[in-house]
Design a protein around this ligand. Structure first.
Ligand code: UDP
Ligand code: MN
Length: 252
C-alpha cells in the first residue's frame, strides 16, 4: 500500500485564486493516495473554495480537508507599512495544517504545495518514500532561475545549497523543495513556521533537528526540475465577477 502524501496548500483570496486552485486540484487528481489540506488565510471558509473543492472530494482526489488560519493582524495585506514581500505569507495557514496533522495523522509524508506553483506529477512519485526528509531543485527561483541542493557525487549526500539569495540561512531552500515524513513532525513537536518573512523554510527545517546526511536527494540526484516557482500575480484589473466561480446574471 502506498504511503499517503499530505499536501498542505495555503491560499488566500485574490484575483487568480480560483484559477490557481483549479489548476492544482487537477494536478492532484492525477496523483494516487493524496490527502489535500487546503488552508485559507481567512476568518471563515469561503463559499467559492468550498464549491471548488466539492467537485474533487472523494472523486478524483481521495481526501480533502478544508481549514482556515488567518494571518495575525500585524502582518496582514492591507497594512501599508508591511510590503507584500515582507509578510510571512502562508505561515499561519501552514501552522494550522501542521497542528491538524499532529492531531490526526500517524504515518505518511508531508509536502507544502503553494497554490501558485507548477508541479510535474512525477515529483509526488519521488517524495512518496521519504524516510526522514527529501529534497530536490525548484525552477524559476531568484536571479539564477533555480534553487537546488548540491549533491556530492562521491558520497551521495547533500553537501551544499545553490540559491540566488543565501541570506544568513543554513537551509537556503524554497518551501516546494522538500518533503518530510510525518514521524519527523511528531519527533519535533515544537517545529512550526515562523512569522519572519523569507526565513520560514530555514527556521522550520532547523527546528526539525536533522543533519545533511539525513537528506534524501530526489529528482535524479537533484539534477532535474520537477516543480517551478511560478507566479501569476500580475493580473491587476479584471471585472469583479471574474473572481467568482459562479455569478448572478443580473449583476453582469
Ligand atoms: N498566501 C496566503 N496569504 C497571504 C499571501 C500568500 O495564504 O497573505 C499563500 C499563497 O496563496 C501561497 C503561499 O501563501 O500558497 C505563498 O504566497 P506567494 O506565492 O504569494 O509567495 P511567494 O511564492 O512569492 O513566496
Ligand atoms: Mn508563490
Amino acid at each position: 500500500q502506498l504511503p499517503v502524501i499530505y499536501v498542505i496548500t495555503p491560499t488566500y483570496r485574490r484575483l487568480v485564486q480560483l484559477a490557481e486552485l483549479t489548476q492544482l486540484a487537477q494536478t492532484l487528481s492525477l496523483v494516487p493516495s493524496v490527502h489535500w489540506i487546503v488552508v485559507e488565510d481567512s476568518q471563515e471558509l469561503s463559499p467559492d473554495v468550498i464549491r471548488l473543492l466539492q467537485r474533487f472530494i472523494g472523486l478524483s482526489i481521495g481526501h480533502i480537508t478544508h481549514l482556515h488560519g488567518r494571518m495575525p493582524e500585524q502582518f496582514r495585506a492591507n497594512d501599508s507599512t508591511t510590503p507584500y514581500t515582507s509578510r510571512p505569507r502562508g505561515a499561519s495557514n501552514r501552522n494550522r495544517a501542521l497542528h491538524w496533522i499532529r492531531e490526526n495523522v500517524e504515518t505518511g509524508v508531508v509536502y507544502f504545495a503553494d497554490d501558485d506553483n507548477t508541479y510535474d506529477v512525477r515529483i509526488f512519485q519521488e517524495m512518496r518514500d521519504t524516510k526522514t526528509i527529501s529534497m530536490w531543485p525548484v525552477g524559476l527561483i531568484g536571479i539564477h532561475g533555480v534553487s537546488s541542493p548540491v549533491v556530492d557525487p562521491s558520497t551521495g549526500y547533500v553537501k551544499a545549497f545553490f540559491d540566488g539569495w543565501i541570506g544568513d540561512r543554513i537551509y537556503p531552500v524554497d518551501m516546494a523543495s522538500f518533503a518530510i515524513n510525518v514521524q519527523l513532525l511528531h519527533q519535533n513537536p515544537d517545529a512550526v513556521m515562523s512569522y519572519r518573512a523569507g526565513y520560514q523554510e530555514d527556521s522550520f527545517l532547523k527546528s526539525l533537528n536533522f543533519t545533511l546526511k539525513d537528506i534524501e536527494p530526489k529528482a535524479n540526484n537533484c539534477t532535474e526540475i520537477l516543480v517551478w516557482h511560478t507566479q501569476n500575480g500580475n493580473y491587476k484589473s479584471v471585472p469583479s465577477f471574474a473572481l467568482k466561480s459562479r455569478f448572478e446574471n443580473t449583476n453582469v
